[in-house]
Design a binder for this molecule. Sequence first.
Ligand code: XMP
Length: 519
Amino acid sequence: MSTPDQVGQTSGECIFVLDFGAQYLQLIIRKVQEQGVRAESRPADISVEELLPEKPSGLILSGGPASVYGEDAPTMDRRVLETGIPVLGICYGHQLMAHLLGGKVEPGERREYGFTEIEVVEPDLLLEGVNSPSQTWMSHGDRVEAVPPGFQVLATSGYTPVAVMGDSERKLFGVQFHPEVRHTICGPTVLRNFIRKACGCVSSWQPADFVEESVAEIRAQVGEGRVLCGLSGGVDSSVVAALLVQAIPEQVTCMFIDHGLMRKNEPEEVKEFFGELLGKRFVAVDASEAFLSKLEGVVDPEEKRRIIGETFIRTFEAEACKIGEFHYLAQGTIYPDVIESGGGQTAKIKSHHNVGGLPEDMDYELVEPLRRLFKDQVRELGRQLGLPVALTERQPFPGPGLAVRVIGGLTREKLAQVREADHIFREELARADLDQSISQFFAAIADIRSVGVMGDDRSYVHPIILRAVVTEDFMTADWARIPQEVLARVANRIVNEVKDINRVLYDITSKPPGTVEWE
Ligand code: XMP
């Protein structure tokens, strides 16, 4: 199993990814590692003097949110491009390379966002084996208008005259699209060509064993300290609990707090499963009243998250005092949570409080063994730890639970409606045998009302929104093509079985520009 940015057994070959503030930095590292070559991140402004002694096999310049003409645009030591080390620029990295080497970068008249077909002009070494046209995924405003001296245009797209450029002599390449994203069909081929053909890497690198490494890291961090583990019953926190039980069985207590925002029957299932698995190391607390009374009427999603994060910690503190003294709080923060909370540049990931709306004045130090992993890696880890498939394959459920699926002002009535509708949706997808192939699906209740009619009665109530997505890493997602007859059955049951719902909507937006959740 490959873990991002991890130093495993060395073959000597290593690709450095220079970080220009990319959201997808860890994903790039991971995709390189999946090609069997070690990858690590380095700051964008690393100098030639710092770089050369490390002898990287190749460099990837990441994307980033800036424009090369922006005032504080990150740049790089231009001499790095003259060292003979092969370089692949991605998105911003592609534009920066063109800019620094004498090409022409123009501010875009509009943004090119999402799926884009490229036409291969010159297969060359980088695009060998890539079909033309080929579907890619782009997200940029500026574009390269003219290549620098010595470069060739290797591919174009409708909007971008230089979608891919290259100088095979000097082994310098740039791609406007994101090869690391799943929706770029030729992404793995392009990365493989760069790594194997341009950089000449031959290793088949395997990262170190993650279970062993995490167990060692946890022991080193907590020493003799006692650890309280927040257990929600989801994949992430369950895997953390299993890791802790392996690492420090005598020092850990897992606490499940029922915030009253879980799906139908879930609190009961969690208590039954973990009560059996963890025995005296498992404590369940029903705090639903405390949460709901604070959340009633709250509209702003971030405020909901803040309240829930804070109430969680306060409940933990109060309950933990009853069972003893703890120094650490373990939680299942994973990599996408970290970057979506604004911890983008790996080098600067910090301030745990940014994640999950935690308050700043906590009494605990955090233990977050999964913060460098993507969801599918966490599942793989769960399997390695021997957790049952029903648990490792469970779809994600957000920490703030149904609170962020009651769009706008939260009421107990809307909570009950969304819970029931969600249950029907889940039941019907399982019956249609679709529940394993769709990555995440749920119901939300909208903050608008519409007129409806049933029998002779006019209604003026809220609609239910159904959301179902297919994704590999939850950073990009496509909406699930659920057969119409299944949707019809779900909608019919919801309007008939859930009180005061007169309409059902199906969300057909991808991420981006949408997110998976509505709030
Ligand atoms: P978005 O909506 O950001 O969701 O596209 C991506 C994944 O993250 C989950 N999600 C959350 N999980 N706390 C969580 O623990 C949150 O505040 C939160 N918001 C979204 C979402 O369900 C999806 O799996």
